[in-house]
Design a protein around this ligand. Structure first.
Ligand code: ASP
Length: 354
């Protein structure tokens, strides 16, 4: 009986998968079967405006492309590692806020009094919860303050001194006014004022440097992401418009105008002359056209930019990402800094009108 059991066990062992594949060159136990990547994606913009190849040096173009790629890669890595769309949007926008190339955070444009007042917002498409700040001057990353408003208050938007006080209570990073200064934004302000025949009633000590004047590049930043759980988030951060009136608030911190996200439809971030995006509630309009008119994301963006914004005489563009991970963008200016990266490996960066 005992001998039988031993023989029986030996036979089982011999034919078991652990032993039988030892000599099978087609099966390698160490290699796990290839898992299909759960889809995720993100799309970003760095502002729309008069952005033409002939106005750019190769070095400038490379600098923009490199920074857009860096921002994309940060968001992509978060999403790949299972992070949330909200986190990907925040951290991706942070890269662009920290770069003087864009009109957000460092490099924000000056208002008519020679000051920087920044706006930002972020929205979670799963809960439809959102946060925004408007008219903040010294918060290094306004999108972080917007996220804090979303997560730590029962409000959607805080403005000016109140928003800054709130951010201080939560120990967000602050900078001196000189951190946000860039010579190109200062020169843009002077140029716009001279063109308008306005007197310059303030004095900013210009820093040394030889950056190009770019009064027609608007430079707001935005990001829309979809994570592995199929949650969509969108965020936008800006210094607003050069020479804007003191206290002016644009579309970027207004949920539905400059930023919108809804898991049922899509996420959208806008850039351009904000007043037109507020009047058309551009970002929400895209979502509505998808939800109630069954338009594709591409068609919805096209309608809002080329029919609604155009007919009011507005300028700018939109980026979007729908619930199926489709990505689209549209604009009516000569260029828009824009890029996307998908889990499929697609990685696209574009600047000029095609
Ligand atoms: N939309 C922003 C604003 O009006 C500016 C921009 O996108 O360039 O404040």
């Amino acid at each position: 009986m005992q001998k039988f059991t031993l023989e029986f066990l030996l036979i089982i062992f011999f034919f078991s998968p652990f032993t039988s594949c030892k000599n099978d060159s087609n099966i390698n136990l160490k290699e796990k079967p290839l898992k299909k990547e759960i889809p995720f994606a993100l799309v970003i913009h760095g502002g729309a405006g008069t952005i033409k190849k002939e106005y750019m040096t190769d070095e400038q173009e490379k600098a923009y492309r490199d920074k857009l790629q860096e921002a994309l890669d940060v968001g992509y890595t978060i999403l790949k590692n299972g992070g949330t769309a909200i986190e990907a949007v925040q951290k991706t926008v942070n890269i662009m806020e920290d770069s003087p190339l864009f009109n957000a955070g460092k490099g924000a444009v000056f208002n008519s009094l020679g000051k920087q007042e920044m706006d930002a917002s972020i929205m979670d498409g799963k809960t439809l919860n959102a946060g925004a700040v408007a008219g903040v001057s010294l918060i290094r990353n306004p999108i972080n303050a917007a996220l804090l408003v979303k997560d730590s208050t029962r409000h959607i938007m805080l403005s000016g001194k109140g928003a800054e006080e709130f951010a201080r209570q939560y120990h967000l990073q602050f900078e001196d006014a000189s951190y946000f200064y860039t010579e190109k934004r200062y020169k843009s302000l002077i140029k716009v004022k001279e063109k308008a025949g306005e007197k310059i009633l303030f004095k900013i000590k210009p820093k040394k440097g030889s950056e190009q004047i770019d009064e027609h590049k608007l430079g707001t930043v935005g990001c829309v992401a979809i994570d592995k759980e199929k949650n969509i988030a969108a965020g936008t951060s800006t210094g607003g418009m050069t020479n804007k009136k003191f206290g002016r608030i644009g579309d970027s911190p207004i949920i539905g105008a400059g930023t919108y996200a809804n898991n049922l439809t899509c996420g959208v971030s806008a850039t351009g002359t904000g007043e037109y995006f507020i009047r058309t509630l551009a970002a929400h309009e895209v979502s509505n056209l998808i939800q109630y008119k069954n338009l594709s994301l591409k068609k919805a963006l096209k309608h809002v930019v080329h029919v609604e914004i155009d007919s009011l005489g507005g300028d700018g563009g939109l980026i979007g990402l729908d619930k199926n991970g489709n990505i689209a963008w549209d604009f009516n200016t000569s260029g828009m800094y824009r890029a996307y990266k998908k889990s499929t490996g697609e990685n696209v960066i574009e600047i000029y009108k095609k």
